[in-house]
Design a protein around this ligand. Sequence first.
Ligand SMILES: NC(=O)c1ccc[n+]([C@@H]2O[C@H](COP(=O)([O-])OP(=O)(O)OC[C@H]3O[C@@H](n4cnc5c(N)ncnc54)[C@H](OP(=O)(O)O)[C@@H]3O)[C@@H](O)[C@H]2O)c1
Length: 278
Amino acid sequence: MPTSLKDTVTLSNGVEMPWLGLGVFKVSEGEEVIQSVKAAIRNGYISIDTAAIYLNEEGVGQAIRESGVPRENLFITTKLWNTEQGYESTLEAFETSLNKLGIDYLDLYLIHWPGVDKYKETWKAFEKLYKDGRVRAIGVSNFHVHHLEDLIREAEIKPMVNQVEFHPHLTQKELLAYCKKEGIQLEAWSPLKKGELLNEPVLEDIAAKYNKSVAQVILCWDLQHGVVTIPKSIKEHRIIENADVFDFELTAEDMEKIDGLNQNSRSGSNPDTMRVGF
Ligand SMILES: NC(=O)c1ccc[n+]([C@@H]2O[C@H](COP(=O)([O-])OP(=O)(O)OC[C@H]3O[C@@H](n4cnc5c(N)ncnc54)[C@H](OP(=O)(O)O)[C@@H]3O)[C@@H](O)[C@H]2O)c1
């Protein structure tokens, strides 16, 4: 089990990825994103997860520069938006994201959603960016097992990460097992189900037992499942709270209780039917 925010998991290509980072979905460009990213870095976060579609890459970049922490000590992820899938358009979108972030390489670049028929061509551009040393690791997001199987069949390089919706109402058992078997690191988005899980009675009981918050229990559950997690908050006290999860461990029984909350219910789209931008 990781014991601090500095602890990392080794991806299949040897790159070290922090177990816990800050998400910035729906965090406004400008002061809001700058302040939350700076608060995270000030409190020891290394990993920041943004996306072209969040329209806050410039603020993330400004916060990185103002944080005083050398860029190479941070782990920056962004994602290719759906409208940009395709070989040439991906290469262009990558440059745009990098320019907005004001950095000269990425730690992790993800295909945001699979869509239907362009992710293999898109992946070829990802492989080029990786081979050219522009990005340290490449991966996907919102890929089901069938998408991964289809991609891997023809890919030269296997995705190193799959970032998906993952929380106690969507435990993704089959996908998690598949990714473990294939050496693809699973990463949880909306780990708190956007806040919806914070009043769940079973989680409240478990949290009381460990003298932790429900958010902390969920994030600990992620880590004990071997899943990287990226909770979002714009409030510094919660950014600190969400990272204070390395001093306790859930019993096997409590892990099972939380697993038992699964409803296969999503707060976001199902990747099989998500067609925005395609
Ligand atoms: N790849 C994808 O398709 C995809 C999709 C969605 C999200 N993501 C990534 O995953 C990240 C996390 O997901 P998310 O932002 O959707 O939701 P989330 O992290 O599950 O939940 C965020 C919500 O919970 C609140 N919150 C955070 N910590 C809390 C705490 N300790 N106590 C009480 N409330 C707390 C936040 O409010 P405050 O901000 O007011 O504290 C916010 O409303 C995103 O920011 C993004 O980077 C990726």
